[in-house]
Design a protein around this ligand. Structure first.
Ligand code: AMP
Ligand code: ZN
Ligand code: FE
Ligand code: FE
Length: 293
């Protein structure tokens, strides 16, 4: 099932394999008509995405970002849509996160050397290119060096949260990030809550974040099954959140990968989300038809 909307995608400006323009082209070919670029802790790909989107009069691009946060025992990602991405204070905060990503990646490379699985910093840097460096770039370097055969294997053996080469990043709490996104007029949405599995921690977190101003929850995502979607929709209702969705397309392959738009997100919640953006006066930050209420 495909959707005309996709609120979660990555480009070469973080750990995606397609440039913003290639990503917009692919999304458009897949039938997507409203898309958000949500690179990790970076907004530098947005000008290129807007430029590419302008080629298609019936396509809207929503400025976005995905920010990593930590809670005990879990990593929580928060998407921010309709952000004022040019805000200097916000940009400064993102710049500090980039620096922290670099320092952390260097430490992970050192750990890999100690583990007898060396990768060169140059190789990691080449995969990261202009983007915010992340574990997927280190995973690609591990594949290139022949220590593993796939990115997934790199995560499973070394880079996952409990893996021997894992290094924590500077911690922001989800509440801090929700506030930071609201400060620039963004609509915050919790990404891939399925990461919590059956953990009892999800509901209290949603309650806290809804209080802090969380607006949406990613319900339609990659390989989420109908039963899981139903459960997440129930949580969306309980906490008054918009049930959103996104492919989280990175272009790195793997069994869970879905191309842009390849998720069962209908326009009903999307229109609710757009109406909310209209009420908050931020809908015009999208470019294209959906910018107009
Ligand atoms: P980082 O932001 O550096 O902590 O890297 C996190 C990113 O790594 C996530 O957003 C995913 O794109 C990717 N990732 C996390 N776990 C896996 C996995 N098991 N296999 C492949 N990619 C993963
Ligand atoms: Zn990613
Ligand atoms: Fe994520
Ligand atoms: Fe993502």
């Amino acid at each position: 099932m495909t959707s005309p909307a996709d609120f979660h995608t990555h480009s070469t400006f973080s750990d995606g394999r397609l440039s913003p323009a290639q990503l917009v082209d692919l999304a458009y070919r897949n039938g997507v008509r409203i898309m958000s670029l949500t690179d990790h802790d970076i907004v530098d790909g947005l000008p290129q995405a807007f430029e590419a989107a302008a080629k298609y009069p019936d396509f809207s691009l929503v400025p976005g970002v995905e920010m990593s946060t930590d809670v005990p025992g879990n990593e929580v990602h928060i998407l921010g849509h309709f952000i004022d991405w040019e805000d200097p204070t916000f940009r400064e905060k993102l710049a500090r996160l980039q620096e922290s990503r670099l320092g952390r990646a260097r430490k992970m490379v050192e750990k890999l050397t100690e583990l007898g699985k060396p990768v060169t910093w140059a190789s990691v840097g080449a995969f990261a290119a202009e983007g915010a460096v992340g574990r997927p770039h280190i995973a690609l370097a591990l594949v290139e060096a022949g220590h593993v055969t796939t990115v997934n294997e790199a995560f499973d053996r070394y880079l996952s949260r409990n893996g021997p080469a894992y290094v924590e990043r500077d911690r922001l709490t989800p509440q801090e990030v929700v506030r930071l996104l609201l400060d620039v007029g963004g609509l915050p949405t919790i990404a891939h809550p399925g990461e919590f599995g059956d953990s009892p921690d999800l509901e209290p977190l949603l309650a806290q974040l809804a209080d802090a101003g969380l607006v949406g929850i990613e319900v339609y995502y990659q390989d989420y099954e109908p039963a899981q979607i139903k459960k997440l929709r129930g949580l969306a209702d309980t906490f008054g959140l918009v049930p959103l969705g996104g492919s989280d397309y990175h272009g790195l392959g793997g069994p869970r990968q879905r191309e842009p738009g390849m998720i069962p997100l209908t326009m009903e919640p999307v229109n609710r989300y757009l109406a909310l953006a209209g009420q908050r006066g931020v809908r015009g930050r999208a470019r294209g038809p959906s910018a107009v209420a």
